[in-house]
Design a protein around this ligand. Structure first.
Ligand SMILES: CC(C)(COP(=O)(O)OP(=O)(O)OC[C@H]1O[C@@H](n2cnc3c(N)ncnc32)[C@H](O)[C@@H]1OP(=O)(O)O)[C@@H](O)C(=O)NCCC(=O)NCCS
Length: 171
């Protein structure tokens, strides 16, 4: 954990953004989540897809939520999110994104650690994910958390014809 990110539910990022809490997404967070999603991905999920995800019992979306501070007026309320499925003994990470203004401040790590811990408490023994071969920031984060590559899915991201690296973490 970075020095700027103390353990616990609250903390202040390197850029003075206030991460108040990591909690389950609510319907009221949808607009904020969509801002982060669109900033993070060339082919963002639709609002409808997020709405549907919120209804699935097996799916959890955690958000890193902030509040306006004097240091950064008008900072976005949702600074990042992680989506995971819990199926049998496996946590599958579907999506992780942090708003550009909040990157490199430890929020991506905190979201992943929280998802993993919730999965562990629910009895999971394995965490899996796919990541683009070229996504060095994400690959670095996952390796740092102990994930190891176990295979390649060729042409998994069809739009760009890019391979996915499959990574797993044993709990
Ligand atoms: C990947 C992503 C979620 C990381 O979020 P973040 O909050 O910036 O990451 P953190 O600050 O928690 O970084 C944790 C560790 O990840 C690694 N890391 C993160 N960003 C990095 C970068 N740009 N270059 C190299 N390593 C990086 C580092 O090991 C870092 O630890 P350090 O800061 O102590 O060196 C963010 O870059 C993002 O939203 N990217 C676009 C969406 C995306 O690619 N999602 C992943 C899909 S699989």
């Amino acid at each position: 954990m970075r020095a700027e990110q103390p353990d616990g539910p609250a903390g202040s990022t390197r850029r003075g953004l206030d991460v108040v809490e990591i909690r389950k997404m609510e319907a009221a967070d949808l607009d904020g989540v969509m801002v982060v999603e669109r900033q993070a991905f060339r082919h963002p999920w639709s609002t409808e897809l997020f709405r549907r995800e919120l209804m699935h019992d097996w799916s959890t979306i955690l958000v890193g939520a902030g509040r306006p501070t004097s240091a950064v007026p008008g900072q976005p309320a949702v600074l990042g999110f992680v989506i995971y499925w819990l199926v049998h003994d496996e946590v599958h990470i579907l999506n992780l994104a942090v708003h550009p203004v909040a990157r490199r401040s430890g929020l991506g790590r905190r979201l992943m650690v929280e998802a993993i811990e919730r999965g562990r408490r629910a009895g999971a023994s394995l965490v899996t994910l796919e990541v683009r071969r070229s996504n060095f920031p994400a690959l670095a984060l996952y390796r740092d958390l102990g994930f190891r590559p176990v295979g390649i899915r060729p042409n998994y991201y069809v739009d760009e014809g890019e391979d996915a690296v499959v990574m797993i973490l044993d709990l």
